[in-house]
Design a protein around this ligand. Structure first.
Ligand code: 6R9
Length: 660
């Protein structure tokens, strides 16, 4: 853990500054630095009054709350707007229809095949959601029941989520790139009643079967009574009599009746989303209705400055929190037009994103550094043959954006003019916490800028004391905010120990960062053993478990290694059982094994066979050393005095060199 200071020392000091653009500021939600300072002061003076006013201004409530905030850091327990009643789906759809925006485009869906486009007005989207909400009800899903959603990036995914929200069911979306085994764990943990999946995923021109994963997962999920299957690719799939039903059959013959939104308490669960931790199984991060929706709507408005005529596109997959908050809930709560894309940036060629921007005249574009780095590698010419003049704001999320990537994004996509908003946040925070605001903040490439109004973040040392400017430390949040997670599903002890125990009275993010003399935050990365591959958090423990589950493997240790495109890639040290031979064939088998156990994103980039691993006398693997070997930083290992057998280091370096 104490590694954060080393980390910071190696950081370059970025000196470039970009003042906010004038053009566009006249009508911005936060038109300039004065308005911004005002908001920040208001929020600091009276946080509860501030958020209460925001919640009222942004959302429609069926009835008002009893208390704005009940906070107990000790238990811990946080409640926002308790006693207040609202429905998230009604706030995202019905009220816009009622207020005359029924004909406005809510969702533009671009499938991977160029001609596969579906557009939904607010009225149309509401109708689709109502139809499916009735299906869920008919299949026995009610308020508080969990529904697992394992779908590719097709319109049925947001429709299913909003239908759950409408009837008060809790959705648990599982990224379609996860394996059957990962899906199974997640369904078992939340005891979902229904699984919604599809025949296949279409990706880079190929069909990847999905329903077969669902079937495999359901072999050990007794809670699931029904499985609803979307026909995406026309694949011939096995349907289990009595359990499975096609989506199109289920919604056919709709009787046209309404399905009124369930009036939910602000603190009723809206969804669970699983995220990797440093140890053990994934955590089911719990978000509730009123606070989450207030926070995502507010941050969408501040950071992306959405106006009535914007076409907003976030390229994330809805299977991750970014898609939940910034493809779906935030933009729709504001009545915006949101774009959803099924494909990948490089297929059929590396201008696909820019072609989509050109086609729909996208004005606000939000993506991840890993995408920028991948496109950088293809060369700037791909940005030049497409008309990107509709764009006015660019965003970034998922991992630190290195200054070179920031500059490339700014210069080639933003034509040297558009602000690049680097947004720091987590599954647990529900929405953006630290970010520039486009017309008010001077940008520094590589910095996420400052905490948004109402957010009190700081950098503290191991004792919880603020470290002051330009010193690395733990990134914490010192006051509650409406979008914060409310629990780890079914495991309040883990909720407490992961986020609230180490620093009493603070939320511990698990990231390290430093703050410069102007209060700008520079995020360094995670302090625990979580690896961030292309913006996706993966726990080392899960990958190691998958490796060790293979018959040839005795022991495995997994670390992140720097990777030009993915940010980090997975480097696995594997000790084989003595009866097995180290060879390339086995390497391939093991990589494939992890892929099927966890999913493609968890595939190790490199597998190094290691006769021994560096362990402390108490048997703990010293990952710090493994990380350095993987990164070729073999000149300074720091303190190795607790190593049980120091000779393993030389062997590991030799092994690494043999890999080339
Ligand atoms: C939204 C999301 C969260 C972790 C987080 C941090 C890293 C996200 C970042 C960033 C530097 C940024 N992270 N945004 N690091 N700068 N702008 O990605 O949620 O999947 O839960 O990951 O991602 O390490 O702790 P999640």
């Amino acid at each position: 853990m104490g590694g954060s200071d080393e980390h910071i020392e190696s950081m370059m000091h970025e000196r470039r500054h970009f003042p906010p653009p004038r053009h566009g500021s006249e009508r911005a939600h936060i038109p300039g630095p004065e308005a911004y300072d005002d908001l920040r002061d208001q929020a600091a003076r009276d946080p509860e009054g501030f958020w209460a006013e925001r919640a009222k201004a942004l959302l429609d409530w069926d009835s008002e709350w009893d208390t704005v905030l009940e906070a107990d850091w000790e238990t811990p327990e946080f409640k926002w707007f308790a006693g207040g009643k609202l429905n998230a789906c009604a706030n995202c759809l019905d009220r816009h229809v009622a207020s005359g925006r029924g004909e406005k485009t809510a969702l533009i869906w671009q499938g991977e095949p160029e001609d596969d486009v579906r557009q939904f007005t607010y009225a149309e989207l509401r109708d689709e959601v109502v139809k499916f909400a009735k299906v869920l009800k008919k299949w026995g899903v009610g308020k508080g029941d969990r529904v697992a959603v394992y779908l590719p990036m097709i319109p049925e995914l947001p429709i299913a989520m909003l239908a759950c929200a409408r009837i008060g069911a809790v959705h648990s979306v599982v990224f379609a790139g996860f394996s059957a085994h990962s899906l199974q764990n997640r369904i078992q943990d939340c005891e979902a009643k229904v699984l919604i999946t599809a025949d296949a995923v279409i990706r880079a021109g190929k069909q990847i079967p999905l329903k077969t994963n669902g079937d495999e997962a359901l072999e050990a999920c007794p809670s699931v009574e029904h499985c609803i299957v979307v026909n995406r690719a026309g694949l011939d799939v096995a349907m289990h009599e009595g359990r499975d039903v096609w989506w199109h059959d289920a919604v056919a013959g709709d009787d046209g009746t309404d399905c009124p939104p369930e009036s939910m308490d602000a603190e009723d669960l809206l969804f669970i989303l699983y995220t990797s931790g440093s140890t053990g199984k994934p955590k089911g991060v719990v978000h509730t209705t009123g606070g989450y929706l207030t926070y995502t709507a507010q941050t969408t408005q501040w950071v992306f400055d959405i106006q009535e005529d914007d076409v907003y596109w976030c390229t994330a997959d809805i299977g991750w929190i970014t898609g939940h908050s910034y493809i779906l809930y935030g933009p729709l709560a504001l009545g915006a037009t949101t774009v959803m894309f099924e494909g990948v940036p490089s297929y059929p060629q590396p201008d696909r994103f820019w072609q989509v921007v050109e086609k729909f005249k996208v004005t606000i574009f939000y993506t991840a550094p890993t995408v920028i780095r991948a496109l950088m590698r293809e060369g700037p010419q791909w940005t030049e043959t497409r008309d990107l003049s509709s764009l006015r704001l660019l965003g970034s999320v998922g991992e630190p954006i290195n200054p070179e990537a920031w500059m490339w994004y700014h210069d080639h996509v933003g034509k040297g003019e558009l602000p690049v908003l680097d947004t720091w946040w987590q599954t647990e925070t529900g929405g953006i916490m630290i970010s520039a605001v486009p017309y008010a903040t001077t940008l520094k490439p590589g910095s996420a800028s400052q905490p948004l109004p109402g957010i009190e973040a700081d950098i503290v040392d191991r004792d919880g004391e603020p470290v002051g400017p330009n010193r690395g430390g733990h990134l914490v949040v010192k006051t509650p905010w409406p979008g914060m997670l409310r629990n780890v599903y079914g495991d309040p002890a883990r909720y407490k120990s992961t986020y609230f125990e180490r620093f009493p009275g603070m939320y511990e993010s698990g990231d390290s960062a430093r703050m410069d003399e102007e209060g700008y935050f520079w995020i360094m990365g995670r302090l625990d053993d979580v690896i961030n591959v292309s913006g996706h958090r993966l726990g080392t423990a899960e990958i190691e478990s998958a490796l060790v589950a293979h018959e040839a493997v005795a022991e495995a240790a997994v670390v992140g290694m720097p990777h030009e495109v993915k940010g980090q890639a997975i480097y696995a040290y594997v000790t084989l059982k003595s009866t097995f031979q180290e060879n390339d064939e086995l390497r391939k088998v093991l990589r494939q094994h992890v892929r099927t156990e966890i999913g493609a994103i968890a595939t190790p980039e490199i597998i190094q066979f290691a006769p021994g691993l560096p362990k402390t006398r108490s048997g703990k693997i010293m990952r710090r050393i493994l990380r350095k070997i993987a990164a070729d930083e073999t000149n300074a290992f720091g303190d190795t005095s607790t190593l049980a057998d120091p000779t393993v280091i030389a062997d590991l370096i030799d092994g690494k060199n043999l890999l080339g």
